[in-house]
Design a protein around this ligand. Structure first.
Ligand code: GDP
Length: 651
């Protein structure tokens, strides 16, 4: 017998530098069953697998925008759009050429052609209306470095940030940092000069990656905190990976040196396994032993940060209008949107009109972390800004524009664009149940909300209760992000805003306007109304704990009586009906009753009036109905009971 042309699984696995077990799994994904390492893979399949794995490693990189469509990706990897579409079909993904792909699917498509996708992080200018106020280069001046602290949980990130906050500021007095605004600056003496360092005050790589995902790169230097008594842990490795991906230089802070079981050398050893070779081993990585608890070594760390900053030659032009990034933002009862902006170039001034992500406004007031009112903020300065119309998201860019009208126009255009992207993409909007589930899985840490109430007092009460709930929930790490709050019924623009920001709409003692209801159903936005504040808080509590699964309730639509039964030559069973009550709706659920018997529960497949396909048929009309997967047949007198399943708020 002639041998089967092909290759042994074990050989192919070796060729692809993977284990046989992994290859068997990969083959299973392609629908090919392979028994074990001796199985023979036919040539075509082997080629497919090679295309998936070999070429992906061959370093071909295609750059696309974050909202790339099938066509964009095809262009980037140099194939016809319809070829890409066909390839996606082979992957069981039916998508239009102009449809946006999820990141995972885009990666799979590119990998099939041996490409790795790189997402362009730069935001395309929304329109020419945003004036670029950057002055010509050459006027750039040194600016403070912006530092993020990362590392494994409990290795001392928060303690270190606290210790630095209290560090000897110029003059030896305490920093007087009185409020958390998401970032702070310390000033210190370095080589006889007074220098500033800006620290982002949210440790951990979640916030860092969330910002990077939005295209914001605000961090100049990363401090990797490793506890000397514990060593490199999983989140340390993750932090290293994120840091390396961002390209920012890293300084290792070996913390908890005061502990008797501190073993700094073991950490230096472990670091080499992750391509981080410290200076004493001949590498370039700076490792600073310190104790966030006793304060020992912190001054050294700050000196090293400034040293690295000097090497990096960090500069920005303080002249002209400001550009910056949102560090954090929220709605605070009585103050409106409160956003921390890190100015990155130019100078931000009170009275400036700004666009921040999908929001806009006029800077009413600026405060620093010491609670001091500022009239201007220069590069690398974090300031809390009042005056935006809603809360932008962390990582959103901030730009100063000519006037308020322009600011509003740009923000509105962005909202439209965000909505268009959402509509074209296969991605489904989040419901609270989805979020709750993902929170349970640890994938989401931010529950975005739009809050509406009947009077200002009740809005403030709800917002206050939500903040309290969050404050009591620190351990879950889930943040309630109130995007916007206001007085009045829930209207369409609330829903659209929620949709474009991925938020859930909460109403307290208010109605949902009809247009808003329709928009919510169409766009899948979760709108929840409450009359009892306790219920609202309990629901959010459950959502934050990741416990909120949806409750479905049957909602009747209508009833129809079968007057005649037909069967087409092709065997399609049609019921000629008369609607006695309510309506029949295409796609809705249906039960078929014959006398006391329930024959079938399923879905209405088609609805016809005279010769036309229709979406629904109302009381008093006749129609032809077919049901999906129904083969029992109809008899005159059968009753169709039409209903839908609705998600209801928990009580
Ligand atoms: P994070 O999860 O990385 O933010 O860690 P924390 O800052 O919350 O610190 C975790 C624990 O380690 C706390 O109990 C701190 O008091 C303790 N800790 C932090 N730094 C030091 C240190 O330098 N020495 C000692 N002995 N304990 C420390």
């Amino acid at each position: 017998m002639a041998p089967i042309p092909g290759i042994r699984l074990a050989d192919l696995a070796r060729e692809l530098n993977m284990s046989a077990a992994d290859l068997i799994k990969a083959l299973a994904d392609l629908g090919v069953e392979a028994s074990g390492p001796t199985a023979v893979i036919d040539k075509a399949t082997a080629d497919d697998v090679r295309a998936l794995f070999v070429k992906a490693d061959s370093g071909k990189v295609a750059e696309v925008a974050a909202d790339a469509t099938v066509k964009d990706i095809a262009t980037a990897i140099g194939i016809q759009a319809n070829v890409a579409q066909k390839k996606l079909m082979e992957m069981n993904e039916l998508v239009a050429i102009n449809q946006r792909l999820t990141r995972a699917l885009a990666d799979r498509l590119a990998a099939a052609y041996g490409f790795t996708l790189k997402i362009k992080t730069e935001e395309k200018p929304v329109a020419a209306v945003v004036h670029k106020h950057r002055s010509p280069s050459g006027t750039a001046q040194s600016r403070p470095p912006v530092v993020t602290i990362m590392g494994h949980v409990d290795h001392g990130k928060t303690t270190l940030l606290d210790a630095i906050r209290k560090t000897n500021v110029v003059g030896g007095e305490f920093g007087g940092i009185t409020q958390h605004i998401g970032a702070y600056q310390v000033e210190m003496e370095h080589n006889g000069e007074s220098r500033k360092i800006t620290f982002l005050d949210t440790p951990g790589h979640k916030a860092f990656t969330a910002m990077r995902a939005r295209g914001a790169s605000v961090t100049d230097i990363i401090i990797l905190v490793v506890a000397a008594d514990d060593g490199i842990m999983p989140q340390t490795v993750e932090a290293i990976n994120h840091a390396q991906a961002s390209g920012a230089p890293m300084i290792v802070a070996i913390n908890k040196m005061d502990k008797p079981d501190a073993r700094p050398d073991r950490i230096k050893q472990q670091l080499t396994e992750h391509n981080l070779v410290v200076e004493e081993y001949g590498g370039e990585v700076i490792a600073v032993p310190l104790s966030a608890k006793t304060g020992e070594g912190i001054k050294d760390l700050l000196d090293y940060i400034l040293l690295v900053a000097d090497v990096e030659d960090l500069k920005a032009d303080p002249s002209g209008h400001a550009n910056g990034t949102i560090i954090e933002a929220q709605i605070v009862a009585g103050r409106g949107a409160v956003a921390t902006v890190l100015v990155q170039s130019g100078t931000l001034r009170v009275g400036d009109c700004v666009v921040a992500g999908l929001t806009y406004g006029k800077v009413k007031a600026m405060t620093n972390e010491r609670g001091e009112k500022l009239v201007k903020a220069t590069p690398a300065t974090p300031v809390e800004v009042l005056g935006l119309n809603a809360a932008p998201s962390a990582g959103d860019t901030v730009e100063v524009v000519k006037n308020e009208k322009e600011a509003r126009q740009v923000a509105e255009r962005r909202q439209q664009k965000a909505r268009a992207n959402l509509h074209s993409g296969p991605a489904k909007r989040m419901t609270i149940a989805d979020m709750s589930r993902q929170m349970q899985d640890g994938d989401i840490k931010d529950l975005a909300l739009v809050v509406k109430g009947d009077v200002q007092g009740s809005v403030e009460a709800v917002v206050g209760q939500l903040h309290e709930l969050e404050a009591n929930k620190k351990e879950t790490e889930v943040r309630l992000n109130i995007k916007y709050s206001g007085v009045g019924s829930i209207n369409e623009s609330d829903v659209l805003y929620a949709e474009s920001t991925g938020a859930i709409v909460l109403g307290f003692n208010v109605k949902t306007e009809t247009g808003a209801q329709r928009a919510a159903e169409r766009d899948g936005v979760d709108v929840r109304t409450y009359n009892i504040i306790y219920d609202l808080v309990a629901d959010m509590d459950a959502a934050m704990k990741g416990l909120l699964t949806p409750i479905y309730e049957e909602s009747p639509l209508g009833r129809a009586e079968v007057r005649q039964a037909f069967r087409t030559p092709k065997g399609i069973i049609i019921a000629g009906c008369y609607v006695n009550d309510g309506k029949l709706q295409r796609g809705a659920q249906v039960r078929v009753h014959r006398g006391r018997d329930l024959l079938f529960t399923g879905k209405i497949d088609t609805l016809r009036r005279i010769k036309d396909d229709v979406r629904e048929v109302a009381t008093g009309y006749e129609c032809g109905v077919t049901l999906a997967d129904y083969n029992v047949g109809f008899e005159p007198g059968d009753v169709l009971e039409c209903f839908e399943m609705k998600v209801v708020a928990r009580t």
